[in-house]
Ligand binder design. Structure first.
Ligand code: IMP
Length: 196
């Protein structure tokens, strides 16, 4: 089965390649010569990941999957959520996004938050979705240099360090993305065993 991963985010590509290991391989958008802009116009991760996968499937007729992730902070009524990439405005800037979160959270006791990843897989025109969450807390300040996005201000549940202070392997063992891709792998394996 040849699947296309509908992303041009190099961090996501690296994380997903490490998470999937030998489970299955995928082609990237640049490998199939797809350079079109893929808009994310909706206000749910489910709708945006579906529209990304649908756009690639419609234009290339290739089986594919897309993932969309957001950080949901309880005290900010779920912000930045689906708007995580551009929370501080255009152009997308992770440092400014984190500063906006820390500013809004100043003096806030409830620091509960979670990352949520939604994957849409399209096989022969049929879409299926998978989800993964990672709960934790928003730190008071940024720490660490690993990872990307909001990692320097996110402390996973039960930990005393931010994701940006985790090694790639440590993050990939417990992350929202890992959980969502485990569900995708299980699904693909179950299809394989049915066709054997
Ligand atoms: P998108 O799925 O590319 O739309 O990602 C939305 C935003 O969430 C981007 O700003 C990313 O930097 C951020 N983001 C996505 N995944 C992670 C993660 O694993 N850690 C930290 N930030 C993330």
């Amino acid at each position: 089965m040849e699947l296309v991963f509908c992303t041009s985010n190099a961090h996501k590509l690296a994380e997903v390649a490490a998470i999937l290991g030998n489970d299955f391989s995928f082609l990237t958008l640049s490998e199939i010569g797809f350079y079109d802009d893929i808009p994310e116009p909706y206000n749910t991760l489910e709708a945006n990941s579906l529209t990304k996968a649908e756009q690639v499937y419609t234009q290339t007729s290739r089986d594919c999957f897309a993932e969309d992730t957001g950080l949901f902070i309880e005290a900010l009524q779920g912000e930045p959520g689906v708007f995580s990439a551009r929370y501080a405005g255009e152009p997308a800037d992770s440092q400014k996004n984190m500063e906006k979160v820390l500013e809004k959270m100043k003096g806030t006791i409830n620091r509960d938050a979670f990352f949520k990843t939604v994957i849409t897989l399209i096989l022969k025109g049929k879409a299926v979705q998978f989800e993964g969450r990672c709960h934790g807390k928003i730190a008071e300040t940024k720490s660490g240099v690993q990872g990307f996005g909001y990692d320097p201000i996110f402390i996973p549940e039960g930990a005393a360090r931010t994701f940006a202070e985790y090694s790639a392997d440590e993050k990939n063992a417990i992350s929202h993305r890992k959980k969502a891709f485990d569900a995708l792998s299980d699904y693909l394996r179950s299809l394989n065993s049915k066709t054997r």
